[in-house]
Design a protein around this ligand. Structure first.
Ligand SMILES: Nc1ncnc2c1ncn2[C@@H]1O[C@H](COP(=O)(O)OP(=O)(O)OP(=O)(O)O)[C@@H](O)[C@H]1O
Length: 256
């Protein structure tokens, strides 16, 4: 598989506080990589560096072989701060449709694609409303719909399902599984170890601050069924335990 994203010796510090130190990671096109690690280990900082929002203090990031300098083309992000991500003066559907202008879509196409994306996140009925008329969890789903409608080559998601209810969260995880394996490369930060194993092709564990990669575990589940069937199979249970041990910094088991 071709490498899409290459992170080498990445370091970042905020006012002398070292958040990341020596992160090395290669990600192939179309991979969905889950990133987990203890609170404050630098997961969000890693995504901000990849998004070109903060310049790395050390090391480098290459996308398709080209060094990242500024916000990369063809990128979409879903960050935790949903309240700041949508434009309050546009309807929900227009928020989702807006980035599609950059794709050169006609007005009718933009509308149709936005409607389909809203449908996929279970919000077909609220396209005519304004973001501030929706709950926080619904606004977050609009951000997800907007990112998916755009079909970026690189999608960065920082705890994107944190504010939605449990049932919707499962639906969104299953939606990600449908998107996975297309040409979209996805970095997915989550605090939820179960979720990282459920959605990812690989789970990357960052160690305690300053973060660096302490484990990189491929997820190869023999059974892909519904949420319950997938999560109860022995390989899922084994991987979840292994990721949990790595996050807690306990002794290693297999896959080194
Ligand atoms: N803008 C900032 N200014 C100063 N320090 C910051 C800033 N953003 C993050 N930090 C610090 O850098 C470290 C890494 O933060 P970051 O948000 O990347 O971690 P995280 O792994 O995403 O945390 P969490 O899991 O709690 O969301 C933390 O100690 C945090 O306090």
């Amino acid at each position: 598989m071709t490498t899409m994203l290459e992170i080498t010796g990445l370091g970042h510090a905020y006012d002398g506080h070292v958040a990341l130190d020596g992160v090395d990671l290669r990600i192939a096109r179309g991979e969905l990589v889950g990133i987990v690690g203890p609170s404050g280990c630098g997961k969000s900082t890693l995504l901000r560096c990849v998004a070109g929002l903060v310049p790395p203090a050390a090391g480098g990031i290459r996308i398709d072989g080209r060094p990242v300098a500024g916000v990369p083309d063809d990128l979409a992000v879903v960050f935790q701060e949903y309240s700041r991500s949508l434009l309050p003066w546009l309807t929900v559907r227009d928020n989702v449709a807006l980035p599609l202008r950059r794709r050169g879509r006609s007005r009718a196409q933009r509308r149709a694609e936005a409607t389909a994306a809203l449908d996929a996140v279970g919000l077909a009925a609220v396209g005519h409303k304004y973001p501030w008329q929706l709950s926080g969890g619904m606004q977050q789903r609009v951000s997800i719909a907007r990112a998916l409608a755009y079909r970026p080559s690189l999608l960065l998601m920082d705890e994107p399902f944190g504010s939605v209810d449990a049932q919707t969260r499962e639906d969104l995880e299953d939606l990600l599984l449908k998107v996975r394996g297309t040409s979209m490369t996805i970095l997915f930060v989550t605090h939820d170890i179960d979720e990282s194993v459920y959605v990812s092709d690989r789970v990357v564990v960052l160690g305690p601050a300053p973060g660096s990669v302490v484990a990189d575990l491929p997820v190869r589940l023999p059974i892909r069924g519904d949420q319950i069937t997938t999560r109860e199979q022995p390989e899922f249970v084994r991987l979840r335990a292994e990721v949990g041990r790595r996050v807690r910094g306990s002794a290693t088991t297999s896959a080194d």
